[in-house]
Unconditional design. Structure first.
Length: 564
């Protein structure tokens, strides 16, 4: 089930999400972005880098509210990085705030971390594996299962602190208890829905969602009286979100065969995993954290403008004030904390060299020097982009240099071959561009006018008016007697660039044709009137002759009648 979604309306196609996505799990077709779940490791980097807030994650606050309204025993397991997420005077204020929302029991997830630390210590001391990799970061686990499955044998086969604590809470309060994990991680939502962990965690909220919930209920943590956790963790459990502390026994296990390293940030994680995959190293124990800054830098932290170092300081201060005891939860030792990891290798269809060259050719990249590898489309190299096109994850037109070249080429063709005179003036009305048609109409070489004021060749009254008023002049007829041309002048003010674009259409021939037509019309009218006049004269003459003839006929016929 997809938990991360894109808004088509908000997306401005900047491709920052794709640049941030190290597994290239984002498909963008027809200007619509979509997460491909089988490729995604749920790191949430796309969510954090989107400048338009076009990416959202499923919100389960309403589900938790409904559980409270249904009078379920709602229990919160809160991640140990919470001091960095909320501005409080005292730590206990977070407990009060949660109980104001209707939460019945509040415990620290670090309690589960204490169990996991013991398991980690066991595997380190046994030293059976060639290398060891921590498994508390679900996004890191997905990265290995999907992209480095050959390293599964090195993954310590135990659940994360969240799942361990969830099992403990269900064991203590009953399977009908409603357990909510609250933390900085988006991947925890996927982890909670894993079939292996069914029943351990009922819902997952981020710190950001909790902060917004507090805001909706007008709860200000600083103003609350602090309360104690229903069960509190020890120092070693609370050290979990601070990078380099998942393996706290590395100083105590001097006889361990392993070297301990901590890797934060997905790029560095990929690098060390590739190194392990090569088989060129052994006896390495890796603390793997996908987020830069470990859990303190998680994508679910509140979007309140706080920086990483202020969050880190608050978490570190909290840990320093936590009791340093090694508590072993004997009553929960029989619970099953085993975790099986599976080979979920992503099968991505890859093009051959000929197919790559064919795709690159379609975007104007015929030689190696044409491959700019600018990363503007979101892919590191042009070849990687071509592979994605072949795979059906992206489109050719996402190559910005190619599209710009196409646009520039079209622009140059229009500028060069347009039948209209086109020229560009700066804010001082000096000529910046002058096309060939303008050269012909105004009888001047562009080299002799570019950089000079337009008044050098034309009356600049219209241009001054447009620059002063910032109002464009559209389709105004102008006659330039010195050139014998009549023009329709479109003088456009471009506000963002603070320049004037002039597009002038030569209508000289049309004007001449109009005059000729008027002359022909006048001549025709005159000729018609002359014909009419002549016809009237003829008619009158005919009428006169006809009248005389009729009178003579009448007289002769009368005489003939009298004679008869």
């Amino acid at each position: 089930m997809s938990l991360i979604h894109f808004s088509k309306d908000k997306c401005n196609h900047c491709y920052r999400c794709l640049r941030a996505c190290e597994t290239k799990a984002i498909k963008i077709l027809d200007e619509v972005a979509k997460i491909e779940d089988e490729l995604c490791i749920a790191c949430g980097l796309c969510y954090t880098v989107c400048p338009q807030q076009a990416i959202s994650i499923n919100n389960y606050v309403q589900e938790v509210k409904e559980a409270i309204e249904d009078n379920k025993k709602v229990i919160v397991s809160i991640a140990p990085s919470f001091p960095g997420a909320f501005d409080m005077e005292e730590i206990g204020q977070i407990v009060t705030g949660l109980k104001r929302l209707g939460i019945e029991i509040v415990e620290e997830t670090s309690i589960g971390a204490e169990i996991i630390i013991d398991y980690y210590k066991k595997y380190i001391e046994e030293g059976k594996q060639k290398n060891l990799i921590s498994t508390s970061c679900p996004a890191g686990n997905y990265l290995i299962e999907k992209y480095y499955p050959s390293l599964i044998e090195y993954m310590i086969p135990v659940v994360s602190p969240m799942i361990a604590h969830g099992k403990m809470l269900k064991s203590k309060y009953g399977m009908d208890a409603y357990v909510v994990f609250i933390g900085p991680c988006i991947a925890k939502r996927y982890e909670s829905q894993d079939f292996e962990h069914e029943g351990a965690i009922d819902s997952v909220l981020t710190f950001d969602e909790l902060a917004k919930w507090f805001q909706t209920e007008n709860i200000v943590l600083k103003e609350l009286e602090p309360q104690k956790f229903d069960k509190k963790s020890s120092k070693r459990g609370n050290l979990f979100p601070i990078s380099g502390n998942i393996f706290p026994y590395n100083k105590d296990t001097k006889n361990s065969k392993y070297d301990f390293i901590t890797v934060n940030d997905i790029k560095d994680c990929k690098e060390v995993l590739s190194y392990l995959e090569s088989g060129s190293i052994d006896s390495l124990c890796v603390e793997l954290n996908i987020c830069n800054g470990s859990c303190i830098g998680g994508p679910g932290m509140p979007k309140d403008g706080s920086n990483y170092y202020s969050r880190y300081k608050r978490v570190k201060e909290y840990v320093s004030n936590t009791e340093a005891i090694n508590r072993h939860e004997e009553e929960y030792k029989d619970l099953n904390y085993h975790k099986t990891f599976f080979d979920k290798k992503v099968d991505r269809k890859m093009p051959n060299e000929e197919e790559i060259k064919k795709i690159l050719g379609k975007i104007g990249k015929y030689t190696e020097s044409d491959e700019l590898n600018c990363n503007a489309c979101g892919y590191q190299t042009c070849r990687e982009k071509a592979e994605s096109v072949y795979e059906g994850m992206t489109e050719l037109n996402m190559c910005l240099p190619y599209m710009k070249a196409q646009a520039d080429s079209l622009k140059n063709v229009i500028f060069k071959y347009s039948p209209n005179a086109i020229f560009l003036l700066d804010n001082n009305l000096f000529v910046k561009e002058f096309n060939p048609t303008a050269e012909r109409l105004f009888n001047i070489d562009s080299r002799n006018i570019v950089g000079k004021p337009i008044s050098f060749i034309l009356n600049d009254e219209d241009f001054v008016k447009v620059m002063d008023t910032k109002e464009s002049l559209i389709k105004e007829k102008r006659y330039y007697s010195q050139y014998g041309v009549t023009m329709f002048a479109n003088i456009l003010y471009l506000e963002e660039e603070h320049v004037i674009l002039a597009i002038m259409t030569d209508i000289t021939k049309n004007e001449k044709d109009k005059k000729e037509l008027a002359r022909v019309k006048a001549n025709t009218l005159n000729a018609a009137q002359e014909v009419i006049n002549k016809q009237m004269r003829v008619a009158q003459e005919i009428a006169s002759l006809l009248g005389e003839t009729t009178a003579e006929t009448k007289m002769i016929l009368t005489k003939l009648k009298d004679m008869l």
